[in-house]
Design a protein around this ligand. Structure first.
Ligand code: ATP
Ligand code: MG
Length: 319
């Protein structure tokens, strides 16, 4: 494939073409992304890999492509999913710092942690860590066979903290560039290769979330206490539990210090969510801004701040 060819993804024939895919042609097995007229929405028109991106075919793959079935067994690592009730609350910041915290806590044991940004269209894990996207997820979406350990290793990017990162594509791709089998194969490989894997989920309830829920050790639902957010959080958790009834869900209250005494609002929210309010992330707009400007998560930037300490406390509870 050259950089001028349209990016292609295998997808199911039955896929409906939502608004996001206008300008996309569907045939039996392949969605080809084409440049859409200027009036169309700015979601993937044509894939021009960024200058720094490794070409997709450069992923070394010495073994012939095998039509491997989705991996049947679960790797030994822990899988933590991060979901959110509404945008902009700090879910990605939390996911990134959780990965860093887990890595730091397990340093003596040589623990390896990976973070995967499955917010495929607007993920910001890479910018939180000041990393470029080298096209790993796009390459994994385009493989003929489900990803094996070799392909997953080649797609991961190292970060100076020691964690491995699979960033969201620099340019948005359709959510159905992946299907449930491929996501299951990817995550199973990641769990084989790492002691812990953190996944930043997309806001949409896509079909390929199901294997993640089935394999997850815990979901962190990041929310604030506004009625609309709590309502959304409940709907998302209910939808998750339809797929995975035994799922452990921890509520992470964003932009709130842990109260000394739980007031009426806290009791009402816990009741509405049918889950205790487990964790609290205090507001820290100055450091949040600095963290983004520097591409340095708060755990590295201000490890003794209340915000960093609250994340370390959560990490400690997972040990
Ligand atoms: N504890 C905090 N206090 C103040 N601001 C924060 C905090 N955590 C994150 N932020 C800021 O909130 C904004 C959104 O953060 P982030 O991208 O982590 O949230 P998100 O929930 O993943 O958003 P999105 O819906 O875009 O995925 C960023 O500007 C970030 O710096
Ligand atoms: Mg986010």
């Amino acid at each position: 494939m050259t950089v001028n060819e349209p990016l292609t993804f295998r997808t199911s024939r039955a896929v409906a073409a939502p608004a996001l895919l206008r300008g996309v042609e569907l045939d039996d097995t392949v969605v080809a992304l084409k440049r859409a007229p200027a009036s169309e929405p700015a979601v993937p028109l044509r894939f021009d890999p960024p200058a720094e991106a490794a070409p997709v075919q450069a992923l070394p793959d010495p073994e012939p492509a095998r039509a491997a079935p989705p991996a049947a067994r679960r790797g030994s690592g822990r899988l933590y999913l991060v979901a959110r009730s509404r945008g902009g609350l700090g879910a990605t910041s939390f996911a990134v710092n959780l990965a860093l915290g887990l890595q730091a806590a397990g340093r003596k044991d040589g623990r390896h942690v990976a973070i995967v940004d499955l917010d495929l269209q607007f993920g910001t894990v890479a910018s939180c860590l000041d990393l470029p996207d080298r096209g790993g997820l796009v390459a994994l979406a385009q493989l003929d066979a489900h990803p094996d350990a070799h392909a997953v290793r080649a797609a991961l990017q190292p970060h100076s903290s020691g964690i491995s990162v699979l960033p969201a594509p620099k340019r948005p791709i359709p959510l159905d560039a992946f299907d449930a089998d491929r996501i299951e194969a990817l995550v199973t490989q990641l769990l084989d290769l790492h002691d812990a894997v953190v996944v930043d989920l997309p806001p949409a309830l896509v079909g390929w979330i199901e294997p993640l829920l089935r394999l997850a050790d815990r979901v962190f639902m990041v929310t604030d206490l506004a009625v609309t957010s709590v309502d959304c959080a409940r709907r998302v958790v209910d939808a998750f539990r339809e797929d995975a009834p035994d799922l452990k869900v921890d509520i992470v209250v964003a932009r709130e210090r842990k109260p000394f005494f739980r007031g009426r609002i806290h009791r009402e929210v816990a009741e509405a969510l049918d889950t205790p309010l487990n964790h609290w992330l205090p507001p820290d707009p100055k450091r949040a801004r600095l963290a983004l400007d520097r591409g340095e998560p708060v755990l590295a930037l201000a490890p003794h701040s209340a915000w960093a300490r609250s994340i370390k406390k959560i990490v400690g509870q997972l040990a």
